[in-house]
Design a protein around this ligand. Sequence first.
Ligand SMILES: NC(=O)c1ccc[n+]([C@@H]2O[C@H](COP(=O)([O-])OP(=O)(O)OC[C@H]3O[C@@H](n4cnc5c(N)ncnc54)[C@H](OP(=O)(O)O)[C@@H]3O)[C@@H](O)[C@H]2O)c1
Length: 294
Amino acid sequence: MIEQISAAGSFTLPKTSTTLNRMGYGAMQLAGPGVFGPPRDVKAAVAVLREAVDSGVNHIDTSDYYGPHVTNQIIKQALHPYADGLVIVTKVGARRGTDTSWIHALSRQDLIDAVHDNLKNLGLNALDVVNLRVGGITEPTEASIEEPLTALAELKRQGLIRHIGLSNVTSKQLLEAQKITEIVCVQNFYNVAHRNDDAFIRDLVRQGIAYVPFFPLGGFTPLQSTALDSSAATLKATPMQVALAWLLQRSPNILLIPGTSSVGHLRENLAAAKLQIPANVLADLDAIGQQQHS
Ligand SMILES: NC(=O)c1ccc[n+]([C@@H]2O[C@H](COP(=O)([O-])OP(=O)(O)OC[C@H]3O[C@@H](n4cnc5c(N)ncnc54)[C@H](OP(=O)(O)O)[C@@H]3O)[C@@H](O)[C@H]2O)c1
């Protein structure tokens, strides 16, 4: 299985010694329904995480607002003490209402509290990578991020955070951020059918910054497309595997964090690391996003 993952290669975050396998895992699906409360079966969630790491995944994406707290606590239960080289990437910038709502939490104190909650629930002294999550539900909004990012950079100087990334941002916000601190990764909504960030990804690869698409499989509305289905039939793969392999071939700075609560789906997703899409099939898949924009 480790050999299978390595087929997708790895990526070193800029100006760091942190190298991530391009096939990673997103832990959001491990919380209860609506990403709120505990899952029905904690043992199954623990099994997914252990299988991911045993298969060679060294990049797990999470947040303390999944659950809230629940997902990080399950990660700690499953994997602590953490293996050398395992990188847990978390994000701050929101909190959950008791009605399961997602609420911005971007004041200096909100961010300090969020970093300490992540440290406590993951059982760490320092967080490898923290993404500052701003903007709307799935799309960025053009507002200044100077104030929250300055607070996060202060926590980095204190040694509580090793590296900083951004989530749900525009290229203009990245430029603003780079005047404040080094940015190692961007996590935005992107997949074979949702390609608003094509130009942004080209800019990021030139700068050596990782691009980590959230909702790589469509998120709460799983991807559905006849082109995806027919490509999958041609390649003797599943549509989800094709969607992941398309992302891996799209750009070398794209790192995958597909989410699942099932070991079966996890295995299927990890196997996409070795799926090669030939040029003619790639053209059919590229057309999915173009249709969306026309
Ligand atoms: N920065 C942000 O704002 C943000 C927002 C959303 C998510 N994220 C991060 O991105 C990661 C990935 O996003 P996501 O989990 O929301 O969406 P996703 O990876 O696009 O899709 C997950 C959904 O697809 C299903 N699935 C997974 N593998 C499958 C397969 N092989 N066949 C059929 N269905 C499959 C899952 O259900 P099962 O559980 O049944 O497999 C789940 O419903 C999250 O874990 C989270 O860490 C970040």
